[in-house]
Ligand binder design. Sequence first.
Ligand SMILES: Nc1nc2c(ncn2[C@@H]2O[C@H](COP(=O)(O)OP(=O)(O)O)[C@@H](O)[C@H]2O)c(=O)[nH]1
Ligand SMILES: [Mg+2]
Length: 311
Amino acid sequence: MGSEVSGASGGRTLSRVVLGFGLDGAGATGEADEVTVPRQIRRMKLKICVVGDRAVGKTSLIQRYVFNTFSEAYVGTLGAKLHLLEFSKEIAARQLVQADVGLFDVMGEHGSRDQFRDALFWGSHGFLAVSDLTRPETLDSLIEWVNTVRSVAGAVPYRILLNKADLLRWSSLDPVTEESLSKLFPNVPYSLVSAKTGAEVDRAMTLLLEEVVDGVLAKSRARRAGRLAGNRILAFALRRGPTGVTKNEILLAFKDLDHNALMREIEDLERTGLVSREEIGPANFRIVLTEEGREAASKLNLHDHVVEEPT
Ligand SMILES: Nc1nc2c(ncn2[C@@H]2O[C@H](COP(=O)(O)OP(=O)(O)O)[C@@H](O)[C@H]2O)c(=O)[nH]1
Ligand SMILES: [Mg+2]
């Protein structure tokens, strides 16, 4: 199946900052004192797919978003086409997220979707599910697209785009579409868009990307918290020496942490050979640092990981 890449390597740089942080702009005015310098830049790479039946307007929406153009001609997409762009979001005072976004324009055939689902959707961080407002059946079949992408990529965020809003007689949704939406996609955000006029296209994409970025940040926060918990357990066990610590003591000492996450951390410490575990009674165990664990624990900066001993 065909696959094309457009982007910096294609001669034309498709660099696009959607939510401008103002670095370039401020620099260009020469007003150095107005330049806001981010204290921290967090980079990430995101894969976003655009899915939906043939001719709903996936390619047109991407063309509108990336190049700000539109064509009436229908040229079916072969395989998948990749566009590279940039997205920035200020997440806190002087904290900037800079995402390299790979936007995948996926061919709308059900056959290729099902045959190449893993290759197409693996690693997606989010997706746009597009239907054609003038063909209600394209909204009904969207549920299959959603299920297919999520079966490969997991429960990633997505947004429904109801395209060709310019062809609607009224500016709001008809009751039938509204009912399908709430039945098939309860609580899923959606936008009425038009690739032809450009209405709402930028906003819809920005909202999805913001949700995706927030999700990625939340995941990495959880991972960091997990690592920290692992370190705290190591530090705790180091102080105990050969006596080790029991599960119940750990649970008492780390009341602020989620029980399951704590158990996962202990399992990881055991799997990586840092602690050895001995069952004591039906629902309790004791962990003792291995030599490797002692070495790892003594390298930790224990002042950063103060543990409240149970009293
Ligand atoms: N009136 C109108 N036509 C559209 C719109 N978006 C796409 N089209 C037309 O619908 C046809 C299919 O669009 P395309 O982007 O190729 O669909 P894809 O198969 O989903 O990629 C083309 O003839 C487009 O010009 C829109 O917002 N309004
Ligand atoms: Mg297409």
